[in-house]
Design a protein around this ligand. Structure first.
Ligand code: F6P
Length: 563
């Protein structure tokens, strides 16, 4: 396939005007009616993909709308783009790169080469080195410079080099059984480093400096500060730290790197033999299942990490082979387009009913918003529709006691994904000493999507004897759409499947909007200007930013700065 750079807007597809009419119709119908009209609605709209069960029935769609959405996806060339991505064509056109995160989880027995590179061999070569390293750490064979076993692995990285492993390490806490605790430092705010290192024992701590480019200023500043902390602590413990040879011996045992940039890794003082590579065809926000997952693998072990990859693969396979009509990432991606562009809903909540998924919404924010927060199409012309869903969320039931009021009765509609599990790693009993707390959690999970969808009418309230003056306040409008995603338990395989599902949803939406989901030029200017402002912020130069607001804010900062 030649990538069609001049992509027409989705608004020019033959079914777009029908979709607009459908949207008007949907605004005048209710989920109550849709369920009454379609007795088998739940089973018609429930799908299994890998270990996940996905129920789309509480979305504001009927069969005809869904069919048209799929037709639009087909017209926009989703099948051709999907093939192009999996085949390693350079669909990241502005950087002339392939987009092959799916290759990071291909089974070991598959041959796969692109642009003359034996991808399968390279991927499994690095995975093999990661496994050896993780085993050495976990067995105590890899020791610190004073022969202490490593108990703390600190990942230093930001964005895709942090959010993925940090989210997954929290999500898979029950699988951290070998006495290795993962920690994460990302923010240039020195409080992040100080808070993380506070109380750590340097002799049993290893740092993983994770940066695709190895030029990210936050990561390099934190890595250098961590190195200074390590040398100071070891010196206090009587370890020689004066000569280059001393420093080399310490670094060799306490620092490894994950990067694509060997030269910069060497410059930092890490021997390339302690570097784990990946490739320019892995985008930062798609890199958790590359060597960027090293800290995660050290914490949960190679076997569970490989199971995690299998979960990704199960959903890749579904996305690659299922017809569009039954293809869950396609259907969910199109639902996002439907809500964003046809029904005008501004945001998308992700609500995991599992405390260990607390960082999942933040992870999805980078995945989806750095990918699809674009306003020009592949050919450089302006888009003519809103793009890039705004993702946000918190674990249930905490969210219920915070922002759910707006979701139930506010003037804005917030489509939501509810993610819940049949079994908990940590069940307990409630105040009565009997009721399962997990059952309580899940009763809330089921109740919320039900109330959002079906609400409560004035008549129902009257029948319950609610005083007339309170009825307007207590009416629950309902008709608030949600998708329910369930799995048996939050296992590595399940987490891999969930992530892969959202990766492909993001891809689908990028194709529909005709944008490049794989570059991120929008974050560059801010980085550049931060460097330009630093001499005025941190030194004696007067600020001359060129606008009076920035100049006066920097003046205030300097006047109040403690010396
Ligand atoms: O924020 C921009 C970005 O380039 C992300 O895309 C990336 O995940 C992050 O910075 C970190 O980059 P690196 O891994 O090169 O340090």
């Amino acid at each position: 396939m030649n990538i069609p750079v001049n992509v027409n807007s989705v608004t020019t597809t033959r079914d777009w005007s029908t979709l607009q009419k459908q949207a008007e119709r949907m605004k005048n119908t209710t989920l109550r009616t849709l369920f009454t009209e379609q007795p088998g609605r739940a089973s018609d709209l429930t799908y299994d993909l890998g270990p996940l069960r996905v129920d789309l029935s509480k979305n504001l769609i009927d069969e005809r709308t869904l069919r048209i959405l799929v037709d639009v996806a087909r017209d926009m060339g989703i099948e051709e783009y999907r093939t192009a991505m999996f085949d390693g064509e350079h669909i990241n056109t502005t950087e002339n790169r392939a987009v092959l995160h799916s290759a990071l989880r291909i089974p070991v027995d598959r041959d796969f080469s692109v642009d003359g590179q034996d991808i399968a061999e390279d991927v499994h070569g690095v995975l093999g080195r990661m496994r050896d390293f993780a085993r050495a750490l976990r067995s105590g064979a890899w020791q610190g410079v004073t022969n202490h076993t490593i108990k703390h692995v600190v990942n230093i990285g930001i964005g895709g080099s942090d959010l993925g492993p940090a989210m997954a390490a929290t999500a898979l806490r029950p699988y951290q059984t070998a006495g290795i605790t993962p920690h994460f430092i990302s923010n240039i705010d020195p409080t992040d480093l100080a808070g993380t290192l506070d109380g750590l024992d340097a002799e049993s701590t290893l740092f993983v400096v994770a940066s695709k480019t190895f030029t990210t200023s936050e990561t390099l500043a934190n890595a250098h500060a961590a190195k200074r902390w390590l040398l100071r602590e070891l010196k206090d413990a009587g370890v020689p730290t004066d000569t280059d040879e001393d420093i080399r011996a310490i670094t060799e045992k306490h620092f490894v790197a994950v990067s694509t940039n060997e030269e910069k890794v060497r410059e930092f003082g890490i021997d390339p033999k302690n570097m784990f590579g990946f490739w320019d065809w892995v985008g930062g926000r798609y890199s958790l299942d590359s060597a960027i997952g090293l800290t995660l693998m050290a914490a949960i072990g190679p076997q569970d990490f490989m199971e995690f990859l299998e979960g990704f693969y199960a959903v890749d396979d579904h996305f690659r082979t299922e017809p569009l009509e039954m293809n869950v990432p396609v259907l969910m991606g199109m639902l996002g387009v439907w809500y964003t562009d046809l029904l005008g809903y501004e945001t998308h909540a992700v609500l995991p009913y599992n405390q260990d998924l607390a960082r999942f919404p933040a992870y999805l924010q980078q995945l989806t918003m750095e990918s699809n927060g674009k306003s020009v199409r592949l050919d450089g012309t302006q888009v003519d529709l809103p793009t890039g869903e705004i993702y946000w969320g918190e674990p249930g039931t905490n969210g219920q006691h915070a922002f759910f009021q707006l979701m139930h009765q506010g003037t804005r509609v917030v489509p939501a994904d509810f993610i819940g599990f049949v079994n908990s790693h940590n069940d307990n009993v409630a105040a009565d000493g009997e009721t399962s707390m997990h059952d309580m959690l899940m009763s809330n999970f089921f109740a919320q999507t039900r109330v959002l969808a079906f609400g409560k009418t004035a008549e129902e309230l009257r029948e319950e004897g609610v005083p007339e003056e309170l009825i307007p306040h207590k009416v629950m409008p309902g008709n608030r759409p949600s998708t329910t995603i369930m799995a048996e338990k939050l296992r590595p395989r399940v987490l891999g499947a969930l992530i892969s599902l959202y990766e492909h949803i993001t891809f689908v939406q990028g194709v529909i909007w005709g944008i490049n989901s794989f570059d991120q030029w929008g974050v560059e200017l801010g980085k550049k200007q931060a460097n330009e402002l630093l001499p005025a912020v941190g030194g004696h130069e007067r600020s001359d930013a060129g606008d009076s607001s920035t100049d006066s804010l920097i003046e205030y900062y300097r006047s109040q700065r403690e010396s």
